[in-house]
Design a protein around this ligand. Structure first.
Ligand code: NAP
Length: 485
């Protein structure tokens, strides 16, 4: 299957923080791939901005090295030189007045203007203010802001306020790169482009949902940053909340930014507060390698590197169907998946007919990574003689197998999202009220931990997390799925 690439309009994209880690690892290599695919037009200009004093040639050389290192590109790649010609650089201190006039002189009329704030959130206000003051941004300009969007409701509100002084909500693109993942978008396609699932997609037919985002890496290298946030701020408030929304939301009337985001917001607002007994927090221990406390360089840290929780969506569709979320570092395998366990059939016609094999509930497993695809577990008769023996088999669809070699080369989330910014499509970006609602739900959980001062439960690196997390499901007569890639 050949994918169709439609070039976007000509654009000027200014990357504040162009010398930083995110720009080097994701943004610039992502833009390069869009260039190679033909999606980035000849009339595109990328302007790097940061305090480092350097000229265009130095920025291009740095970008070349970054693309070779992180974009899996070889030194002699013919497209690289052509791509680098699109790059320029302006030295700007977000807090100072130098460089802005030069930036303005580089911006062209009649093309899309986008400004990527790949800097610390404390600089968002300075940049927004100076873009307005120097008349660089106008009513059609777009700004892209990175996570974390605040660390609680109050700080998220403050950021929204600062940005809204200079930009309308339609101009603000808050990145949650999970939303740019191919399979995450597929959640919407599976639910809303098929008749098969939607009639069963409710508490009457679904027993429970498990959402797992497991990592094998620890926090080493970014320990002090992570220690300030923990799993709830780093993963639950944003990425896992978005996954939950896509599973739980009502069908939007249209695949349109506000229609989709309105429905997601309703889910977040319907989340019940979570009781402390329904949350398990963990911290990985030392085990030959440094444990969390050493990685975070904070022997007293009470920050969680693992969290499991039972979440209820309080509305008609989901009354009685819990959502179990878990995420953690240094776990057994790197995997992200959503498992939907259906209820067992109300009556088994096979039970009294001498049938062997336990009937099992159907399961739909949506694998986000690795090995993107879907797996629907259904009961069938085991082939061969010997009477009616029931067995559960997976109807396994790996997207790369089903869609051919192009599917294996799926666009990275950042690439897709940047192109959406240029196209002016906000569907895969979080709206301000969504982010605030998510913090409003998370804040009391964090406050209760801060007040309780309890330590997270220790767990072994390479395990599935603390044993206490098993109890969270056992109490309900359910089990976590095994963590494996
Ligand atoms: P970083 O490596 O520390 O880079 C920060 C960038 O900001 C550098 O280019 C730095 O360049 C520039 N900068 C700092 N102070 C400045 C100022 N006063 N004026 C202008 N530029 C300034 O950070 P990062 O990891 O790239 O992260 C950038 C943003 O993305 C942060 O908000 C982060 O939370 C978010 N994020 C990062 C990742 C990731 O994987 N790295 C993932 C998700 C979200 P100079 O020193 O030359 O000024």
């Amino acid at each position: 299957m050949v994918s169709r690439v439609i070039p976007v309009e000509d654009f000027d994209l200014v990357i504040f923080g162009a010398t930083g880690d995110l720009a080097r690892r994701k943004i610039l290599p992502g833009l390069y791939r869009r260039f190679v695919s033909g999606q980035m037009p000849d009339g595109a200009q990328i302007i790097g901005a940061a305090r480092t004093d350097q000229d265009d040639a130095a920025f291009q050389a740095e970008t070349r090295a970054a693309i070779i290192e992180f974009g899996k590109v070889t030194e002699g790649d013919a497209d690289l030189d052509r791509f680098l010609k699109h790059l320029h650089y302006v030295a700007i201190d977000a807090k100072g007045e130098g460089g802005w006039k030069e930036l303005k002189s580089k911006m062209r009329e009649g093309v899309v203007h986008a400004f990527y704030f790949s800097v610390a959130p404390s600089l968002f206000g300075d940049i927004a203010e100076r873009l307005a003051k120097h008349d660089i941004a106008d009513d059609d300009s777009r700004i892209v802001v990175e996570k974390p969007f605040g660390r609680d409701l109050e700080s998220a509100r403050a950021l929204n306020k600062v940005l809204s002084q200079h930009f309308d909500e339609q101009q603000i693109y808050r990145i949650d790169h999970y939303l740019g993942k191919e399979t995450v978008q597929n959640l919407m396609a599976v639910r809303f482009a098929n008749i098969l699932f939607e009639p069963l997609w409710n508490a009457q037919y679904i027993d429970h949902v498990q959402i797992t985002v497991a990592e094998t890496v620890g926090v080493g290298g970014r320990g002090s940053y992570y220690d300030n946030s923990g799993a709830i701020r780093d993963m639950v408030q944003n990425h896992m909340m978005q996954l939950l929304c896509l599973i739980a939301m009502e069908p939007p009337y249209h695949f349109d930014p506000d229609a989709v985001r309105d429905e997601k917001l309703k889910v977040i607002r319907a989340l019940e507060p979570v009781a402390p007994t329904e949350i398990v927090r963990g911290q990985y221990q030392a085990n030959g390698e440094p444990g969390y406390l050493e990685d975070a360089e904070n022997p007293q840290s009470r920050t969680e590197s693992y969290i499991a929780m039972k979440v209820r969506v309080s509305n008609w569709r989901w009354q009685g169907t819990p959502f179990y979320l878990r995420t953690g570092k240094k776990l057994r395998a790197r995997t992200s998946e959503i498992a939907i366990t259906f209820k067992e059939p109300p009556h088994s016609i096979f039970e009294d007919a001498g049938a062997a094999g336990e009937p099992k509930a159907n399961e739909l497993i949506i694998r986000l990574q690795p090995n993107e695809g879907m797996d629907l577990k259904v009961m069938i008769k085991e082939p061969g003689p010997g009477g009616m023996r029931l067995v559960q088999v997976p109807l396994d669809m790996t997207f790369a197998d089903a869609l051919g070699p192009d599917a294996a080369d799926v666009t990275d989330a950042y690439e897709r999202l940047i192109m959406d910014v240029i196209r002016g499509n906000q569907t895969l970006f979080m709206r301000g009220d969504e982010v605030e609602a998510a913090w409003a739900w998370t804040d009391p959980i964090i406050q209760a931990w801060d007040e309780g001062k309890a330590r997270p439960e220790p767990y072994d690196p390479g395990s599935s997390g603390p044993d206490e997390a098993l109890g969270l499901m056992h109490r309900d007569g359910r089990r976590w799925r095994e963590i494996r890639s």
